[in-house]
Design a protein around this ligand. Structure first.
Ligand code: SAM
Length: 284
């Protein structure tokens, strides 16, 4: 007898806070599949009930992923359709699912995305920082020494940096960011996106640290930190920018006015000139 054609794994994004963000296609796929493999079956059960759906659920999380994955692969090999969901956002983005997707590829089982929310892209899109090149680092290490070491290694990275952070460590991480990248580096603190207490604040790291330190409410909930990349290595533009900025600052022109004028003269973006002016003022 011929082997059954393999089924399909759907990697389904779910809301990061606002249930209205579930897509029509996510709903349709969740209604249809034979099994929903979920990071937390109680959490995803609530989402399914909210959608008026009842589907068989199987827990697949960080701690049982490799063992449970065999059960999921068995279903897929038998021709069934399975949806993979995590507690919030897009599976595999700082969430379980990587070994399962790898195994599907190795076995020739089709994998389809059902795209939708992810805190990473949501934060980047409202950060006001460059989006053309970015590096996503997920969660920073919990141990302070490891965190500082990682950040020190990123000090020269010119792409925008994106980190996930929890309420327990947001203040410590901001402090380490200030120390390693400089308090003047532009950043955006994105908290509780799409939820009741959504806050997006764009400011230099030092200001964000002071703000979070002075208001306990700003340390609650879930966070994405988006941090501007380091200024480009000194090219001709850089040398010209430095020369003009230094002359203006020395003449007593305000930081903002110096940045605006130097940006025009050196042909660079105003925020780049402002960042560099801050560095020069700090003695960089
Ligand atoms: N897979 C998810 C995604 O695509 O965004 C991320 C899962 S990760 C375990 C959870 C982290 O994502 C949180 O600690 C927080 O850093 C970030 N996050 C999730 N939802 C968020 C929200 N509504 N606002 C801000 N950050 C959020």
């Amino acid at each position: 007898m011929a082997e059954p054609a393999p089924g399909r794994l759907y990697v389904v994004a779910t809301p990061i806070g606002n249930l209205g963000d579930i897509s029509a296609r996510a709903r349709e796929v969740l209604a249809r599949v034979d099994l929903v493999a979920a990071e937390d079956t109680r959490h995803s059960g609530r989402l399914l009930r909210h959608l008026g759906l009842e589907r068989p659920l199987l827990a697949l999380h960080e701690h049982n992923e490799r063992e449970r994955m065999q059960a999921v692969l068995g279903r897929l090999r038998a021709g069934q359709e399975v949806a993979l969901v995590s507690d919030a956002g897009t599976p595999l983005i700082s969430d379980p699912g990587f070994p399962l997707v790898r195994a599907c590829h190795a076995e020739g089982i089709p994998v389809s995305p059902v795209p939708g929310p992810s805190a990473l892209i949501a934060a980047l899109s409202v950060s006001g920082l460059a989006t053309d090149r970015f590096v996503f680092h997920g969660f920073l290490p919990r141990r302070p020494a490891a965190r500082r070491e990682l950040l020190a290694g990123l000090a020269g990275e010119t792409a925008t940096l994106v980190f996930y952070e929890s309420s327990h460590r947001i203040a410590d991480s901001l402090e380490d960011l200030c120390q390693t990248l400089g308090a003047g580096r532009e950043a955006a603190l994105c908290r509780e996106l799409t939820k009741l207490h959504e806050t997006v604040r764009s400011a230099p790291l030092g200001e964000l640290l002071a703000w979070v330190g002075s208001d306990p409410d700003q340390r609650r909930g879930e966070f994405v930190l988006v941090v501007a990349g380091a200024p480009q290595a000194e090219g001709e533009d850089g040398a010209e920018l430095d020369r003009v900025l230094a002359a203006l600052l020395e003449a007593g022109v305000s930081l903002r006015q110096a940045a605006a004028a130097a940006a025009r003269l050196a042909g660079v973006k105003r925020n780049q000139a402002y960042r560099r002016a801050l560095e020069l003022q700090d003695g960089g």
